[in-house]
Design a binder for this molecule. Structure first.
Ligand code: GDP
Length: 514
């Protein structure tokens, strides 16, 4: 059921112009209705009425079919007995599911979850997120009266993931075991004769007597995936999956949304949902990702203490992928970027002078300061930037290294992505999904520093590169798109394949919505 109605009046601004449902208690999740207050007004238009209708419809689906419902129980039984099909026939009201398999760092996971959600909306599937405790720790539930968390396997103990061999045959109990080699992957099924295609290019499930779709299919869409897995991005294979496959299990570390726009099956629907193409993650991210009260407390406390008093805050996200990358090189690039682009300079009209009175002038001149907010795993960069710039430079944490399955570490990572989003201007590191989330949620178009090649001693060595460039849009980059044109059976140049698809400035083989 629906949670209690908020006792106070929710305005259009609280609900992000209809993007959010009013069906939540405002106490359950503070960030849900306070989020907009911390972010600069974006130039994006409000969500389209069509998108809003689709979201309300998806919420109803998640309620009807989510964990705890009879429909979900039934679908689970069908999955566990996969093979001996037809438990009690195929009803029309049967629910179909998309399970997102947790994979990689938090930025990667957020982009992948947003992509999976959009795919679920397009295909009338219930989205279930395998993120264990971590996701529940980081985010509030996005759907009223339903959970998006995949329930843990029954009697899960610390030993259960590897011993004894799971008594239940459910693939949900061994999600992490799926990879490119799995025989249940779409790519491998297409090669093993599980499907047949006719001369018109139509693909169907094959079987001895009749066409029976499998109970589940694993979608391997992780970076470095092969030709057959990439056929996911073809209309014919989407029609195959749209048919009666009740469960899809998806592993991706990518923002596959630009690829979904290139599938003819979905294009018109997506264009209707998103009149502004570059606002997809901005809207879907703000719809889905409401930081938990613990994370939100950390964000707002830090913001009040260190950022709210500044006239201008410039965020600099430093992400170094290679251990051997000379750090002086990375520092010089960041400094050259903020200086060349004049990001630290207050424009005259933004300088705040309150009256002629000297007393007010000196107190208000405090408000004329610029603060640089640095996020990085190391504290070295912010220390050096403080010396070099002679400005107030802040850094919320320096974790040293990336950690796995560490809830406190992930809470800090999320807090910092959100804090970067509150800045007036943003400089990010190319390739980094951490930066993409910050820019996407905020609707801020950052200056991106290209990643120097590993061997470089100077960022200029990679051609005549400027230290950073303004990205064309706030939407994240899809790092490993399929260039295969399913209709002609040939690879195509993806730049400009649709008027709103471009190459990314930071990843030359990636594409993004603009
Ligand atoms: P990507 O690897 O840059 O694309 O971003 P991901 O978020 O997927 O993975 C990087 C992970 O490293 C983050 O999720 C954090 O756990 C950690 N990390 C990287 N940079 C920072 C940082 O500036 N601050 C914090 N707190 N953690 C970071």
């Amino acid at each position: 059921g629906v949670e209690d109605i908020p006792p106070w009046n929710l305005t259009a601004a609280h609900l992000l112009d209809g993007l959010l449902t009013p069906d939540f208690s405002h106490r359950s999740c503070r960030s849900r209705y306070e989020f907009a207050r911390y972010y600069k007004k974006s130039s994006h238009k409000p969500p389209s009425p069509y998108l809003i209708a689709k979201l309300r419809k998806q919420e109803a689906l998640q309620r009807r079919c989510g964990p705890g419902t009879a429909a979900h129980e039934k679908a689970l039984r069908r999955l566990e007995s996969s093979g001996d099909d037809d438990l009690d026939g195929n009803d029309d009201d049967e629910c179909r599911y998309l399970v997102y398999i947790s994979y990689r760092g938090l930025g990667n996971r957020m982009l992948a979850i947003a992509s999976a959600f959009l795919y679920a909306v397009l295909t009338d599937r219930v989205l279930l997120v395998d993120g264990g405790k971590d996701v529940a720790d980081l985010f509030c539930e996005p759907f009223p009266g339903a959970t998006w968390l995949l329930p843990p396997p029954p009697s899960a103990g610390w030993w259960s993931s590897w011993w004894p061999p799971s008594s239940s045959s459910s693939p949900l109990n061994r999600l992490q075991s799926f990879d490119q080699e799995s025989k249940e992957s779409l790519g491998n099924m297409l090669q093993s004769g599980a499907t047949v295609s006719d001369e018109t290019g139509n693909v169907t499930w094959s079987s001895e007597e009749k066409n029976t779709p499998p109970a589940y299919v694993y979608l391997h869409l992780a970076g470095g995936y092969g030709y057959h897995d990439k056929l996911f991005f073809c209309g014919a294979h989407q029609r195959l999956l749209l048919s009666e496959v009740p469960w899809l299990l998806m592993r991706t570390d990518n923002y596959i949304v630009p690829g979904l726009f290139l599938i003819p099956t979905f294009r018109a629907e997506l264009e209707a949902m998103f009149p502004e193409k570059d606002a997809v993650f901005y809207l879907i991210g703000r719809y889905l990702f409401h930081p938990s009260n613990a994370v939100w407390h950390a964000v707002t406390t830090y913001h009040r203490a260190h950022l709210a008093g500044a006239r201008r805050v410039v965020g600099v996200q430093i992400r170094v992928f290679h251990k051997k990358q000379p750090r002086q090189l990375v520092l010089d690039q960041a400094l050259a970027c903020v200086r060349n682009e004049k990001l630290l300079i207050l424009l005259p009209e933004t300088i705040h002078i309150a009256g002629n009175n000297n007393a007010t002038l000196s107190s208000s001149s405090k408000k004329n300061n610029v603060v640089v907010l640095v996020t990085s795993l190391s504290s070295w960069y912010s220390e050096r930037m403080r010396e070099e710039l002679g400005l107030e430079v802040r850094q919320p944490s320096h974790e040293g290294r990336q950690r796995w399955r560490d809830a406190a570490h992930d809470r800090r990572a999320l807090s910092e992505m959100l804090l970067l989003g509150t800045c007036d201007a943003l400089v990010t590191s190319g390739f980094s999904t951490f930066g993409y989330v910050a820019q996407g949620l905020a609707g801020l178009r950052p200056w991106v520093m290209h990643r120097p090649p590993m061997w470089a001693h100077d960022w200029r060595e990679d051609g005549l590169q400027p230290p950073c460039r303004r990205v064309a849009s706030v939407d994240p980059c899809f790092h490993s798109p399929s260039a295969y044109d399913c209709a002609t059976g040939r690879d195509v140049e993806l730049d400009g394949v649709a008027p709103y698809v471009r190459r990314c400035v930071d990843v030359s083989w990636g594409i993004k919505l603009v």
